[in-house]
Design a binder for this molecule. Structure first.
Ligand SMILES: CC/C=C\C/C=C\CCC/C=C/CC(=O)SCCNC(=O)CCNC(=O)[C@H](O)C(C)(C)COP(=O)(O)OP(=O)(O)OC[C@H]1O[C@@H](n2cnc3c(N)ncnc32)[C@H](O)[C@@H]1OP(=O)(O)O
Length: 292
């Protein structure tokens, strides 16, 4: 792929800013002059396809800064009239392990609020984007990581990894906007209800059979080729009509979310601060450490 890291394309399909200009833009929108820290973004000039690589070792766990960075990149790509976006990970084992649980444990309410608002914004940005979105799931992806994959339009996964939404296992309810996102992929309500109440985690091969992912690829390289083929299958002249159609499919879910945004935040803050949830989180974090 003739990709360049944050460089100006020749043909005008993508009008991305150079890195320094992007940094100035971030400064304007966030009050911070720092350039992207946890992601790399490359754009193929010829295809107009961007690849956003998640790079927050060891697990691409989502904190507010990381989520803000992903959402801002998507917004930039929209403005640049890029055609499609491939989300992938720099790790060979983990696509995304969901929220950074270390930051959810014994944290100040204001910090927890920042995390949840960033998660809400990221979901809204990804779920509503007119870009053609593909998650190239080259590692485990659970909880908030599952959200990233399921909010994309097409999922290509490498073998022998795990995917799913395991919030009830962490002791918390799945928010309605994530249920809607799940139903958009697995429309069988009984299966979706069972999966989400039971915190069901699928292995890649089973996820393909269940329709949770669309394709398996033998390697990241093959997955990238397949992702480009999927995005390129939409002719240029249909992109606007395509985006409007996508929006119409997702509009009800987006409106439900907007109507309940504040309530959703309050539920999260109340649940996450409960002593039993915090105590479970502490044990869960210990169990993750012991694995190492
Ligand atoms: C708090 C929940 C709140 C609300 C939920 C309500 C609504 C849901 C809406 C969507 C939002 C979701 C919330 C979440 O995302 S909660 C996050 C839940 N995540 C998990 O349960 C994943 C836990 N991790 C794993 O299961 C495995 O790590 C994984 C399968 C991803 C990879 O396994 P592998 O064996 O390859 O690696 P590990 O050795 O386990 O991990 C490597 C290092 O990464 C650290 N790690 C892993 N996950 C997290 C995490 N979520 N946060 C912070 N750190 C994480 C792990 O400790 C290892 O670190 P080191 O020991 O190497 O330092």
């Amino acid at each position: 792929m003739a990709a360049r890291i944050m460089n100006l394309p020749k043909h005008g399909l993508c009008h991305l800013m150079r890195t320094s200009a992007l940094a100035r833009h971030y400064a304007g929108s966030t009050g911070s002059a720092s350039p992207p820290q946890f992601t790399t973004l490359s754009v193929d000039d010829k295809t107009g396809i961007a690849t956003l690589t998640l790079n927050r070792p060891p697990a691409n766990a989502l904190n507010a800064a990381f989520m803000g960075e992903i959402a801002r990149s998507i917004k930039e790509l929209e403005k640049s009239k890029c055609r499609g976006l491939i989300l992938t990970s720099s790790s060979e084992r983990i696509f995304c392990a969901g929220l950074d649980l270390k930051e959810c444990y014994q944290a100040e309410a204001s910090h927890l609020q920042g995390i949840w608002v960033a998660l809400q914004n990221l979901w809204h940005t990804l779920y509503s984007t007119p870009l053609i979105t593909v998650a190239l799931i080259n590692g485990h992806t659970v909880a908030g990581g599952g959200m990233l994959a399921l909010s994309s339009e097409y999922r290509i996964m490498l073998p022998n990894f795990k995917i799913g939404i395991n919030e009830t296992m962490v002791g918390l309810a799945v928010p309605m906007w994530l249920i809607d996102t799940y139903l958009n992929v697995i429309p069988n309500r009984r299966v979706a209800e069972w999966d989400l109440t039971a915190s069901r985690i699928y292995k890649s091969e089973h996820a393909l059979k269940a329709g949770l992912v669309d394709e398996l690829a033998a390697s990241k390289e093959q997955g990238l080729e397949r992702a480009v083929a999927f995005i390129s299958s939409y002719p240029k002249h249909s992109l606007v009509a395509r985006a409007i159609t996508k929006r119409q499919f997702r509009e009800k879910d987006l409106k439900n979310f907007e109507d309940n945004r504040q309530h959703d935040l309050e539920i999260f803050l109340s649940n996450i601060q409960k002593p039993n949830v915090q105590s479970y989180l502490g044990e869960y974090l210990e169990s993750l450490k012991k694995k190492a």
